[in-house]
Design a protein around this ligand. Sequence first.
Ligand code: I3S
Length: 126
Amino acid sequence: SPIHLSDLPHEVEKAGQMNKTKIAEGGRKLRKSWTPTWLVLAGNSLMFYKDPKGPAGWSPAGNRPESSVDLRGARIDWARDLSSKRNAIHFRTVTGNEYLLQSDSEAISRDWHRAIKGVIRRLDEE
Ligand code: I3S
């Protein structure tokens, strides 16, 4: 069954599917591995779930993302020369972890770019 935002934590700002690859860990370059991923933007975090259709098995007891990044101090930009794929977003955490997020839909990418940038900006102002 489809997932609903009401199934997710209260502060969810946005959820949906993007292609994702991590390109650096602590400043060290990684080999790309593009994977369809379910993203949840909530609070100060962007969470990644393996299931591209949404986190299955959600329960109040807990729903662990595969990984999660703290957006405080992060930077986001369009990926431009970092990928041949269109509409790719590049972001980097303070700890030097870098990711690309991509959708063939320009509108979807733009919405994610705007939403993540909004959270980063809010955290910068705190
Ligand atoms: O930045 P790169 O190295 O050109 O990224 C491409 C490679 O990771 C490639 O895999 P190989 O490791 O087998 O060369 C991927 O299939 C491509 O998707 C990567 O480039 P894009 O432009 O799609 O991000």
